[in-house]
Ligand binder design. Structure first.
Ligand code: AMP
Ligand code: ZN
Ligand code: FE
Ligand code: FE
Length: 331
């Protein structure tokens, strides 16, 4: 992996600078390496995207493709955060090494929660950690048992669909409901991807089968054990009723090992962003962001920029690294 090329690493002495992440760094003012910059250290200028899916889960681009695409788009770093799997990380990391682009190995875990859904991101995981791999294998086994049940339910509803067709639609990665939706669309049982969910696949619909989920405590435990930094993804899907309910939940998660909140996300309103920022600042949590780009893009959403509104500075990655290093020291 490429080393951080930031010009703003914290160091002793000098003035204090707020990088907009709620973390105040001290920086040195004179840097002999950059005499032409008049003694002023500049921040790394690039942008990042820390929430992306590949063919290892329900994305359309392979890990190598998404890494190359991110580079072409001029980003400085990305995190690969597939649903419940790290299978795409190795390929993404090695492509990054090959083309000189920083890739962060990550994951997005679905945790038990109601009334909405809770997703937890893990960044900088040690992807070879035995405990992490054992926990993820357990999830995969549960998924493997669930998928034929969805096929069965659809068949009983008069839909001619086979498990093989769904596996083919998954492109060889983990099979999930979006692949069922694509087959239903291809075979013209529905007119849109969304209709497949609404009529058949979503929670409460006739072909829905629940999937095994870890509790937040379990998910946060194995992310931390495998040296990852855990961040609550898109809090607007939690279905929390107001600020104080969300605050209570976040406090519980912090107690279980949460280190940050995904504040910047295409589906967050300005009011939500402000609320999540306040919470992160109040409890000293990292603020991250990402587009949740899946390759196929809905309503003009693209990697790095979302629908044009996202500009996530590289300092987010530096802050994640700082928290990771700090927790490694405390281990
Ligand atoms: P699975 O992990 O197999 O349960 O599939 C979860 C994925 O299905 C999510 O990441 C979404 O991409 C998609 N999904 C879940 N619920 C809906 C919904 N109501 N409408 C559209 N897509 C959905
Ligand atoms: Zn997805
Ligand atoms: Fe998610
Ligand atoms: Fe996602």
């Amino acid at each position: 992996m490429k080393k951080s090329n930031s010009c703003a690493r914290p160091s002793a002495g000098g003035g204090k600078v707020d990088f907009g992440q709620g973390i105040i760094y001290k920086i040195r003012i004179t840097i002999p390496l950059f005499p032409l910059l008049n003694g002023v250290r500049i921040m790394s200028m690039g942008y990042v995207d820390l929430h992306l899916h590949t063919t290892a889960s329900d994305g359309v681009l392979s890990p190598s493709e998404i890494v190359r695409y991110a580079k072409v788009k001029g980003l400085q770093a990305i995190a690969i955060t597939d649903h419940d799997t790290i299978e795409g990380c190795e390929e993404g990391l090695s492509e990054g090494k090959k083309i000189g682009f920083e890739v962060i190995p990550g994951i997005e875990i679905s945790a038990e929660h109601s009334p909405g859904s809770m997703h937890i991101l893990g960044f900088f995981l040690d992807i070879h950690h035995p405990f992490l791999n054992e926990r993820l294998a357990y999830l995969q086994k549960a998924r493997a048992e669930r998928n034929p049940k969805i096929v069965e339910k659809l068949n009983r509803l008069g839909i001619n669909i086979t498990f093989e067709e769904v596996v083919k639609a998954s492109g060889g990665g983990q099979v999930g409901r979006p692949h069922f939706a694509n087959v239903l669309l291809e075979k013209e049982y529905v007119r849109s991807f969304q209709e497949a969910f609404d009529r058949f696949l979503k929670k409460g619909a006739p072909a829905y089968v629940d999937k095994l989920r870890f509790t937040s405590k379990e998910a946060l435990h194995f992310i931390n054990e495998s040296k990852g930094v855990a961040v609550l993804a898109h809090p607007n899907t939690l279905g929390m009723n107001g600020y104080s309910e969300l605050e209570k939940l976040i406090l519980r998660l912090v107690g279980e090992g949460l280190k940050g909140i995904e504040v910047y996300y295409p589906e967050h309103s300005a009011a939500e962003v402000a609320q999540y920022k306040t919470l992160a600042e109040r409890y000293g949590l990292l603020m991250t962001g990402g587009t949740d780009y899946h390759g196929i893009e809905k309503n003009g959403l693209d990697i790095g920029v979302g629908r044009g509104e996202m500009k996530l500075p590289y300092s987010i990655v530096e802050n994640l690294k700082a928290v990771r290093n700090r927790s490694l020291l405390g281990r």
